[in-house]
Design a protein around this ligand. Structure first.
Ligand SMILES: NC(=O)c1ccc[n+]([C@@H]2O[C@H](COP(=O)([O-])OP(=O)(O)OC[C@H]3O[C@@H](n4cnc5c(N)ncnc54)[C@H](OP(=O)(O)O)[C@@H]3O)[C@@H](O)[C@H]2O)c1
Length: 305
């Protein structure tokens, strides 16, 4: 799946491109499943043009799970046939994961936990690394009360589980229809919007010691619910830095991906896949993500094993 110019869904089309070249420290992965992330359509619409260089045609997609089909000469740690997952963002945006073949640096790759389905594994890297990065940067621990804004989304539902696995008490915002889902993940649900401070303080009168924002536009509420000396971070609002918060960007990191898959293997982290689409229906999958109310992740099935 590729596009030749910035635009909306109409620019997406299937194309027959040459296999990507394999650099010495890279692996070639046959992609089984890729996941849709909001950044895919933000980038496609030209919204990241000031930040990242692209080379058209762009194959979108930044994370995937699949099987190694070739290794560069400097990749002794992986072999043909290995099942892997990857956060495959590159500095120059071109050959992404919505494709049968993906060349990716070995430093962006980890082994896929055997118990995960392809769609679950493909949905973990970007959202999971983002959630882990926030939790690790703020040093979340068992003494914390953590509020997650957007707890039912791709990043949010993983942040809830990672914080809960560390022993923190977690409160999450979501619309009512997702409250049972949040309870299953280990969070106490509250609806978002006006009055959030009162709802959070009704559960935690001293406030939240940590707030993780995956939504944006909630800084005022964050500051209102934050306990004294509380820590906060956002992945959507750089202005948090002006108010003592951390502005967090995810980055490819195989070691962090390994820490994430370890939590999966301990049975403390799972990926919710709301819907899976064949690659041919990428536009439908992206449209669903654009709607802003996906529960967990949207997957794209690319090749069958
Ligand atoms: N900085 C980074 O490195 C980084 C990394 C990953 C993502 N991001 C950004 O972070 C954002 C979230 O990404 P994502 O993949 O988690 O998105 P997503 O999966 O599309 O998020 C959808 C979720 O957002 C919830 N939601 C919508 N409006 C809300 C509101 N006002 N308050 C609380 N929850 C609300 C929905 O819950 P309901 O259906 O219950 O309403 C839904 O579960 C995107 O803007 C993305 O681009 C940044």
């Amino acid at each position: 799946m590729s596009y030749d110019a910035y635009g909306d869904l109409e620019v997406l089309h299937l194309s027959d491109l040459p296999d990507p070249k394999l650099a010495p420290s890279a692996v070639l992965v046959e992609v089984r499943s890729a996941s849709v992330n909001p950044v895919d359509w933000k980038l496609m619409g030209g919204g990241l043009d000031g930040l990242m260089d692209v080379v058209f045609p762009v194959v979108p997609g930044w994370d995937a799970a699949g099987v190694v089909v070739a290794t560069g000469p400097d990749v002794p740690e992986l072999a043909v046939g290995d099942e892997v997952l990857t956060y495959a963002r590159k500095d120059l945006v071109q050959g992404g994961t919505y494709a049968e073949k993906l060349a990716v640096p070995a430093v962006s790759v980890a082994r896929k936990p055997a118990a995960m389905s392809w769609d679950e594994a493909g949905g973990l890297p970007l959202a999971g690394l983002t959630a882990l990065r926030m939790v690790e940067l703020l040093e979340v621990g068992s003494d914390d009360v953590v509020l997650v804004h957007g707890a039912s989304g791709g990043v949010g539902h993983l942040a809830v589980q990672i914080a809960a696995a560390l022993g923190a008490r977690v409160v999450g915002t979501a619309s009512e229809r997702n409250h049972d889902f949040l309870r299953d993940l280990g969070a106490e649900p509250v609806v978002y919007g006006e009055g959030l401070e009162d709802r959070v303080r009704a559960l935690a009168p001293e406030g939240a010691t940590v707030v993780l924002d995956t939504v944006g536009g909630v800084l005022e509420q964050t500051l209102a619910v934050l306990a004294e000396d509380g820590r906060h971070a956002s992945i959507t609002d750089p202005t948090v830095e002006e108010h003592g918060g951390r502005w967090v960007w995810v980055r490819p990191d195989a070691a962090a991906l390994g820490r994430l898959t370890a939590v999966v293997e301990r049975g403390q982290l799972r990926v919710e896949v709301q819907q899976s689409f064949p690659l041919e229906q990428t536009a439908d999958a992206v449209r669903l993500s654009q709607g802003g109310h996906v529960r967990g992740k949207v997957a794209l099935r690319v090749t069958e094993g």
